[in-house]
Design a protein around this ligand. Structure first.
Ligand code: SF4
Ligand code: SF4
Length: 363
């Protein structure tokens, strides 16, 4: 049965102040009224499919209407209601007991380390780690729990321990989100958050190994694909790249195209998951001639298709279509040892998913 997943932000307030948060600018904005929230929940509900509501913030338990919203959604017929928050009940307007009794079906906690000092530093709030652990203990075994880890320079070297530690606390699923070099996360905290992903390849591999060994589900967002070598099944679906650019970011990219400018973060792209996408979009550097679409190690010329000629009107949407079809190509860490590395544009993402990075044979 098809699933309809509805995201709803019920507050902009938060009781943590995370270094990597991309929503600082929203904190001062007022929350939507209860009536507006109900209308959105109702409007997005689809009768003939399974409906999952994901309640986000800020920290949703700082909205005094959170229990009424859960109640309303349950009555509407939402099959699953997940709440995503930091597990910190300080200043919350409801208790853990009330949340448990509300009819919520799933919780995602934001947990960024198994060490109190690092977690509290990343969250900008002392005591947030002990609050998180209290919440995990309280809800564990009673409700499906997932942990969302923001991966960054302060925690990458502990990633295998973080996963191991949370698995021991009975966590059965993880979301991982990579550091994104924009706004305050970059302007103020880049020296802590930035990390060289290639240098930390082994920490990712050890983390994948632990997840696989324990049959733990995981979802990875905003990571460059080469980290998934040997674990290609964990690579996000290729359409995800389109879902990552929505809302304000979509508007920003569109306005850059219209005004013939580049994003403010252009130049910080070395370890960004959008590196290839943005390079092609904003420099419009495409090959002029039609090539055979194969890398040199597979007997081809290693060059791009003639994308620009296929795009009648150069809009973000049109570019996405062509990028996903023709130009979403990957290279592996192993390509660094290949003499064709500098000009070869790699293998289509679909082929990597099917046959793995191993088909790239450095020459
Ligand atoms: S790849 Fe794109 S989104 Fe990422 S840092 Fe560069 S310009 Fe910004
Ligand atoms: S190993 Fe990598 S760089 Fe070398 S030809 Fe193959 S895909 Fe290209």
């Amino acid at each position: 049965m098809m699933e309809n997943i509805v995201n709803i932000r019920i507050t902009n307030k938060c009781n943590n102040d995370c270094m990597f948060c991309l929503e600082q600018s929203l904190r001062v904005k007022p929350d939507l009224s209860m009536e507006n929230l109900k209308n959105n929940i109702k409007k997005k509900f689809k009768k003939t499919v399974k409906n999952e509501l994901i309640i986000t913030g800020g920290n949703p338990i700082l909205n005094k209407n959170v229990l009424k919203i859960i109640d309303f959604s349950r009555e509407m017929g939402y099959n699953k209601i997940r709440i995503i928050f930091n597990g910190n009940f300080k200043k919350a307007l409801i208790s853990r007991e009330e949340l448990l009794d509300s009819g919520i079906t799933d919780i995602t906690f934001l947990g960024h380390s198994c060490r109190q000092d690092i977690h509290d530093k990343l969250c900008g709030e002392s005591g947030s780690f002990s609050e998180l652990i209290k919440s995990i203990k309280f809800f564990s075994q009673k409700i499906d729990l997932r942990i969302c880890v923001n991966v960054n320079g302060l925690n990458i070297k502990q990633l295998p321990n973080i996963v191991d530690g949370f698995i021991k606390r009975n966590i059965k699923a993880f979301d991982f989100l990579n550091y994104f070099p924009v706004e305050r996360a970059y302007d103020k905290f880049d020296e802590y958050l930035f990390y060289n992903i290639e240098d930390n390849f082994d920490y990712f591999q050890r983390t994948f190994e632990i997840l696989q060994k324990n049959s733990i589900k995981s979802w990875w967002n905003r990571f460059p694909e080469y980290i998934f070598e040997n674990y290609e099944f964990l690579m996000p679906r290729k359409e995800n790249i389109r879902n990552e650019i929505t809302g304000d970011e979509y508007k920003m990219f569109e306005s850059c195209l219209k005004n013939k400018t580049k994003p403010v973060c252009f130049g910080r792209c070395r370890f960004c998951f959008l590196k290839n996408f943005c390079t092609q979009l904003f420099t419009k550097k495409f090959a002029r001639k039609q090539f055979d679409n194969k890398p040199v190690c597979q007997g081809g010329k290693g060059k791009f298709d003639t994308t620009q000629n296929h795009i009648k009107e150069f809009t973000l949407d049109n570019f996405f279509d062509v990028y996903l079809k023709n130009n979403y190509r990957l290279k592996g860490i192993r390509c660094k040892f290949c003499r064709y590395d500098k000009f070869c544009s790699g293998i289509f993402i679909d082929d990597v998913r099917d046959k793995g990075f191993k088909q790239m044979i450095p020459m």
